[in-house]
Design a binder for this molecule. Structure first.
Ligand code: ACO
Length: 324
């Protein structure tokens, strides 16, 4: 039997209207544009308006992807949404988006893998298509991470932004996603986490609110090392070499981490999609936002090989190598 591939037939994305520059943050915490730019590559981030949710951004990104694909919501047979900032505890944000799109009836669920959420969602959707279970799948990565940032803590508040991206996948005889890789190591949980929630309880006292906590330097070191072996593993899974990759579309957390991965792949930076300067770290939103930017700006062309990867809290890390 001929193999079934998942093909990305279209992309979409959405950002909150309000952009906040590094200079704006200088007024809130003891930081500087120079520090933020040189340490992270970030120049600005978009921040959701009061009342604007992860689901709102996901819905817009999904609508744009479906429109570009020429696919009706009623044709979808699965929606997988990566997020660590769902609108409400339940129903899942995937279900909320499904209802707004008018895709009622198909399977819909969220995946929480922190910043690797979209890559996990993409890998899962790919398996559904490869198994013959699904034909048309909407995969979304969406976050409002700034909702759980401590705006008094300069070490973290300058790093994050809000946004969403989506892709429509279709079963095809042509490649397609060649391989996806997914990993996690919960042993690192305390280096990057938000340790409150339903079962342990929400605590609102100082230092225990719903806030991201990160040991930045340690995360940085593990991220670089782990992403090096992840790209090696992904190339090996497909039997490709560094030179076969047309574009690296990495998680947008820190330009220095992106540059380290590009170096490992012997790729010049003009073959790497960088949006961290404009979006900051949008967690699950980051890779699909970067992909949509790459497609709509005309950088990524049909037939090119793309390597997508992400690393985040958990730790989790995941990748996909595909022909666009
Ligand atoms: N402005 C000015 N100074 C600052 C700021 C700031 N915003 N933040 C920290 N500093 C200071 C620190 O206090 C420290 O001062 P000291 O030397 O007097 O003690 C100094 O700057 C250097 O701090 P470092 O932590 O060593 O800075 P580093 O070069 O490691 O950069 C950063 C910090 C940007 C956080 C980096 O470590 C990083 O990007 N880490 C990885 C983040 C990441 O990839 N996260 C994964 C995904 S996120 C997710 O999954 C939700």
């Amino acid at each position: 039997m001929a193999p079934i591939y998942s093909r990305i037939i279209a992309t979409g994305s959405a950002l909150p209207e309000r952009a906040v520059s590094n200079a704006d943050l200088e007024k809130i915490v003891d930081t500087s544009d120079e520090w933020i730019r040189t340490r992270t590559g970030i120049r600005q981030r978009h921040i959701a308006a009061d009342g604007e949710t992860t689901g709102d951004l996901a819905f817009l990104a999904a609508q744009r992807a479906l429109e570009a694909a020429g696919v009706k919501a009623s044709e979808l047979d699965l929606i997988v949404l990566g997020t660590t900032t769902p609108d409400i505890i339940f129903p899942s944000t995937a279900c909320l988006v499904q209802q707004r799109l008018g895709a009622n009836g198909c399977a819909a669920f969220d995946v929480n893998a922190a910043c690797s959420g979209f890559m996990y969602a993409l890998g899962i959707a790919d398996k559904f298509i490869k198994s013959g279970q699904s034909k048309k799948v909407l995969v979304i990565g969406a976050e409002t991470l700034t909702r759980m940032v401590d705006w008094n803590e300069r070490e973290t508040c300058v790093l994050f932004g809000d946004g969403a991206g989506a892709v429509v996948l279709e079963a095809s005889g042509e490649p397609g996603i060649y391989a996806t890789c997914m990993h996690a190591d919960g042993g690192y949980k305390e280096l990057l986490w938000n340790p409150v929630g339903v079962s342990v309880g929400f605590r609102d006292e100082p230092n225990h609110g719903v806030r991201i906590k990160m040991a930045g330097r340690e995360v940085f070191k593990v991220a670089v090392k782990t992403l090096d072996s992840l790209v090696d593993e992904t190339l090996e899974a497909v039997g490709m070499h560094e030179s076969d990759i047309d574009w690296l579309i990495p998680h947008q957390a820190n330009l220095r981490i992106i540059e380290a991965t590009a170096k490992r792949l012997q790729m010049p930076m003009d073959r790497v999609i960088v949006t961290v300067d404009q979006h900051a770290n949008t967690s699950s939103g980051s890779v699909p936002l970067a992909l949509d930017y790459a497609v709509r700006s005309g950088k990524v062309q049909r037939g090119q090989n793309l390597l997508l990867e992400a690393f985040g809290g958990g730790f989790t890390w995941a990748s996909a190598l595909l022909r666009y």
